[in-house]
Design a protein around this ligand. Structure first.
Ligand SMILES: *[C@@H]1O[C@H](CO)[C@@H](O)[C@H](O)[C@H]1NC(C)=O
Ligand SMILES: [Fe+2]
Length: 211
């Protein structure tokens, strides 16, 4: 984030007593760019992933709000999905930070975040929302694996591949397994007990007693 701040500060026009603009003009900085080794396709896919993570964040935010409604009143689901939304936002920040470390953001930073919006805003039940969350995570995993495929070719960006595998795929696979387990438990509870099953599941989720 320091780099971003630097770029922003350097592009603020100079006013007042400074007589010559040329001394401190960020645009005319002449820094060698050979150290910028990320492939264009790889860089573009990473930039697009920021939007994917933010769409996931917005979808989880919508889920949290949905389960907070008086007609739903499921505080455990609401808490779980609001926390998931924060995690997705953190993922977006991690990818932005990586891009700022490896690339010159002047090329693409303006278009990085356009219109994050939820992919869906209505769910019929807890099981429906969890199944939607699992589908969402499955798609995010496909998207990360696609970045890995692009970046392991070309300039063999093993640092990025290692980062994505270790930091992102690890969390994806654990999260997918967690959601699948939750769907299984909730499905069994509601098959036997109907809405009472969902009510109890929500209480367990709220008090971190599910796992
Ligand atoms: C995941 O991708 C599939 C195939 O493109 C799509 O049908 C589905 O709606 C996506 N899931 C979510 C939650 O967006
Ligand atoms: Fe994510």
């Amino acid at each position: 984030m320091k780099t971003l701040l630097f770029v922003v500060l350097m592009t603020i026009p100079l006013f007042g007593s400074v007589s010559s603009k040329t001394q401190c003009d960020g645009v005319s900085l002449n820094i060698d760019t050979k150290w910028l080794t990320m492939d264009l396709e790889c860089k573009e896919k990473m930039a697009a992933q920021v939007q994917t993570e933010l769409n996931a964040a917005m979808t989880y935010l919508a889920m949290g709000a949905h389960f907070s409604k008086d007609r739903e009143n499921r505080p455990g689901f609401a808490k779980f999905f609001f926390e998931s939304a924060s995690e997705e936002r953190e993922h977006a920040i991690k990818i932005i930070s990586y891009l700022l470390m490896r690339t010159n953001p002047a090329d693409y930073l303006k278009g990085l975040i356009s219109e994050p919006k939820p992919l869906k805003t209505e769910w019929t039940s807890g099981v429906d929302a969890l199944e939607n969350a699992l589908s969402l995570e499955t798609n995010v995993t496909v998207s990360i694996r696609d970045i890995i495929s692009s970046c392991e070719g070309g300039t063999n960006d093993y640092h990025l591949v290692d980062y994505l595998s270790g930091e992102f795929l690890d969390e994806q696979y654990k999260g997918q397994r967690e959601l699948a387990g939750m769907i299984s438990t909730l499905q069994k509870m509601t098959d036997g007990q109907g809405v009472l099953g969902e009510y109890l599941f929500d209480k367990k989720l709220l008090n971190n007693e599910l796992f």
